[in-house]
Design a protein around this ligand. Structure first.
Ligand code: AVI
Length: 311
């Protein structure tokens, strides 16, 4: 029996147009490289969303129209760097709420809880590790309304139908009165987007090639990293950033766990990631397609990024 990762690698690398899913970028090493990406000055989403949550916490909370205590449930809380500003605002205004960060990584949740307990000692925090939907289902039983946070623009990494499925599932696990604040990267000057993904430091290249190293490590493959390169391209009409690994020679790679030889042509591509950008109208359409009602968008001052509030 081979596991899901092995099966997905097999499916992707034996397809006519080769592909690998970007969800496999995030092993320990990949997560560290992603932190480096988020710290690059060219990767504008970090600062843009930080600005929204720092400067507009008051407006966001007012727009919820919650009366009395409520929950803030964060899907994929990670290091909680952006959410901190929102939590800090609520704590310093003595607002009655519970913070429920969810992540699949125990390590990330432990670090987040320790940091928050130190910085905001009066915060009522109930960290959870595990499957988003199971935890959301549990949360439906709460007497209080919830604000769900799905930040960072992760929805952009899903194809349209997949995004609608995922959001539909989130919707199914919410109760009447709950709201969702979702981070969405906006269409903008293509040069800004190009520089954020095709970065001159080569960090995004390392992020992509790490996927081949992961296959070497976990599936006993013999990818020679120097024989591959990285390319990405933004299409300002569709809003798609598509990332690829390029084979620099005609070559054969052996994957031991799969007992499979994979051949690559000279300049053959492996599609690794979609990072979709939306216009405000497209955000509304996405909300409606997944059974939500869009309320309002909170934008940073440059209009690079939106935290969109839906009910
Ligand atoms: C996690 N996700 C929103 C990032 C993005 O912008 O699509 C991942 C990333 N890929 C390259 N740079 C950042």
């Amino acid at each position: 029996m081979i596991d899901t990762f092995a099966q997905d690698v097999l499916n992707g690398l034996t397809a006519n147009n080769k592909y690998l899913s970007s969800k496999y970028f995030y092993d320990d090493n990949g997560s560290r490289i992603f932190q480096e990406i988020m710290n690059m000055p060219e990767y504008y989403p970090t600062n843009a969303e930080f600005e929204i949550l720092s400067m507009q916490s008051k407006q966001i909370i007012e727009a919820l129209k919650f009366i009395g205590p409520f929950n803030i449930v964060e899907l994929g809380a990670g290091d909680g760097f952006k959410t901190f500003k929102l939590l800090e605002y609520l704590v310093s205004n003595n607002v009655d709420f519970h913070y429920i960060p969810i992540d699949i990584s125990q390590e990330a949740i432990d670090m987040l809880s320790t940091r928050l307990k130190k910085k905001l000692p009066s915060l009522k925090i109930h960290p959870k590790v595990g499957d988003y939907f199971k935890i959301l289902k549990e949360n439906r039983k709460s007497d209080y309304p919830s604000l769900l946070l799905f930040l960072g623009g992760n929805i952009g990494n899903y194809k349209k139908e997949e995004a609608i499925d995922l959001l539909g599932l989130i919707h199914k696990n919410m109760k009447i009165g709950d709201k969702l604040l979702i981070g969405v990267d906006l269409k903008k000057n293509p040069i800004i987007i190009h520089n954020a993904y095709y970065d001159k430091h080569g960090i995004t290249k390392r992020f992509n090639l790490n996927l081949l190293l992961r296959i070497n490590r976990e599936l006993g493959a013999d990818f020679k990293i120097d024989d591959f390169d990285f390319y990405c391209h933004y299409n300002p009409i569709t809003g798609d950033v598509k990332s690829y690994i390029i084979s620099l020679t005609k070559q054969t790679v052996y994957i031991k766990t799969l007992d499979k030889h994979i051949t690559f042509d000279y300049n053959e591509l492996i599609w690794t990631e979609l990072s979709k950008k939306y216009s405000p109208d497209e955000i509304s359409n996405l909300a409606k397609a997944s059974h939500f009602k869009p309320i309002t968008n909170f934008l940073d001052c440059k209009h690079y990024f939106a935290d969109s509030l839906w009910e």
